[in-house]
Design a binder for this molecule. Structure first.
Ligand code: FES
Ligand SMILES: [Fe+2]
Length: 455
């Protein structure tokens, strides 16, 4: 008797049940886990400064319970949540001129964890010299608080991305909570195909009908495998629109202008968002970053900076609190698609296709990076551009290329490759020089492409 392959049979629910579990190497982030150790080699934003008021903020990051506070001298501190004395939570501590005082017996901790006072102990007590409260370095950058939670001797420099230093650009901080594992949120930008379906064809166009055109997508490793960048190329009327987007490991992403419109030529307006996916623990995470507002973006003024902040952002379906469950069912968006995979998705139960190439690359690159740290190597660090900043890839290039007799998909692919190559080649340039140089090089390359096609 031949064995039935139940995977391909209808009504096979009974046979398709599975005990497969999550990929712990990529998803578990607590202290001592390989992925958790990897994350602890980078600075991550953990909160908006607007969340840190005159009382401490209890916060969970990478599976650790912490308190974030600003003392009366306006210095930020990030301490282990439980007091070193008898473990009362410092979320009930009282911020002091210097540090924070535990409510229970008055021990006073400085922002670096040093014990400044143990008032109930005799003057001869050596507790202060012999112990420090657990503490991590933090720094404030443009309305966000960043922390480094790794070994002190391995702390990397804090580097500014080129997109964080654009003249005339407003960066509005935001933070969104997701009740699911960090990876299913962080990998989404490497899947631009979901824009065709989730954001355009399945219900209605969330952003722009042009997102519904089938794109030609290609993914590329960054130098030293620092991350992945993609070119997402489509035709819209007489234009070819190339979006470049990136994920830098472990969890930085920069979607270009979300309200971009292919109605005129454009050469590298930058990003709508710079964001980090920060694991809270294995089953929850948050997106923390900035929405960018500048004259080169959002030409129709659809964005709204008054709707950017804690669990709110000015585009559809990014939070679990702004819409009802039923609204999410009737018009699902990113939040529903990512949280809907479950608290920790099970990769063994997926069926990846060609549109998932970027997601598969991202997981491969992460696994390799996680293992390298586990073997004692340090993660590679990016080269800086002529401005001393980390150069990034994301932006839009829109060029007028009317349809010809040539195979249009092949033309789109070629234009996408030209743009992707030039964006990568211009990384070392200053932010001020780069767009004009991208325009010059893209126009020259298109001219030679044009003459090849007519020969
Ligand atoms: S528990 Fe904090 S001072 Fe005693
Ligand atoms: Fe999306």
């Amino acid at each position: 008797m031949t064995e039935v392959n139940w995977r391909r049979q209808p009504y096979n629910g009974y046979h398709r049940r599975s005990n497969a579990t999550e990929d712990a190497e990529l998803t578990h982030v607590g202290p001592g886990t390989p992925c958790g150790e990897y994350f602890r080699r980078f600075w991550h934003p953990i909160a908006m400064t607007a969340q840190v008021k005159d009382v401490p903020l209890a916060i969970r990051v990478l599976g650790e319970d912490l308190v974030l506070f600003r003392d009366l001298s306006k210095r930020y501190g990030l301490l282990h949540k439980h007091c070193s004395h008898r473990r009362t939570s410092l979320e009930y501590g009282i911020v002091a001129e210097r540090g924070i005082r535990c409510c229970y017996h008055g021990w006073l901790f400085d922002i670096d964890g040093k014990i400044l006072e143990t008032p109930g102990e005799p003057a001869t007590s050596r507790i202060r010299e012999n112990l420090c409260q657990g503490a991590y370095p933090v720094r404030e950058v443009d309305g966000l608080v960043f922390a480094y939670m790794g070994p002190p001797e391995k702390m990397p420099d804090f580097t500014v991305l080129d997109t964080m230093a654009q003249p005339g650009n407003d960066m509005v901080p935001y933070a969104l909570d997701y009740p699911c594992n960090w990876l299913q949120v962080a990998e989404n930008p490497m899947d631009p195909w979901h824009s065709v379906f989730l954001h355009t064809r399945i219900t209605r166009a969330h952003f722009n009908p042009a997102w519904g055109a089938f794109p030609v997508v290609e993914w590329h490793w960054m130098e030293d495998r620092l991350g992945i960048y993609l070119t997402n190329t489509r035709r819209w009327n007489e234009y070819i629109w190339v979006r470049t987007a990136e994920n830098m490991f472990p969890a930085i992403a920069q979607p270009p202008d979300i309200y971009q419109d292919a109605t005129q030529e454009k050469f590298f307006p930058r990003v709508g968002i710079t964001k980090w996916t920060v694991p809270v623990d294995d089953r929850s995470c948050k997106i923390v970053g900035w929405r960018h507002f500048n004259p080169g973006l959002d030409e129709h003024g659809k964005g709204d900076r008054s709707k950017v902040g804690l669990n709110i952002i000015d585009f559809l379906g990014q939070t679990g609190s702004e819409r009802s469950y039923e609204e999410g069912q009737r018009m699902p968006s990113d939040y529903e698609a990512q949280v809907g995979q479950g608290e920790i998705t099970v990769h063994a139960e997926e069926t990846l296709g060609s549109t998932d190439t970027g997601v598969a690359m991202l997981r491969r690159g992460l696994r390799r990076a996680i293992r390298a740290v586990a073997e004692g190597q340090e993660p590679p660090r990016p080269k800086l551009n002529a401005d001393g900043r980390v150069p990034t890839f994301s932006g839009d290039v829109i060029v007028r290329v009317p349809k010809s007799n040539s195979d249009d998909t092949a033309v789109q692919r070629e234009v996408g490759r030209i743009v992707g190559r030039i964006v990568a080649e211009t990384l070392p340039m200053t932010e001020a020089e780069r767009p004009a140089e991208i325009e010059r090089r893209v126009r020259a390359a298109l001219k030679s492409l044009e003459s090849e096609r007519t020969i």
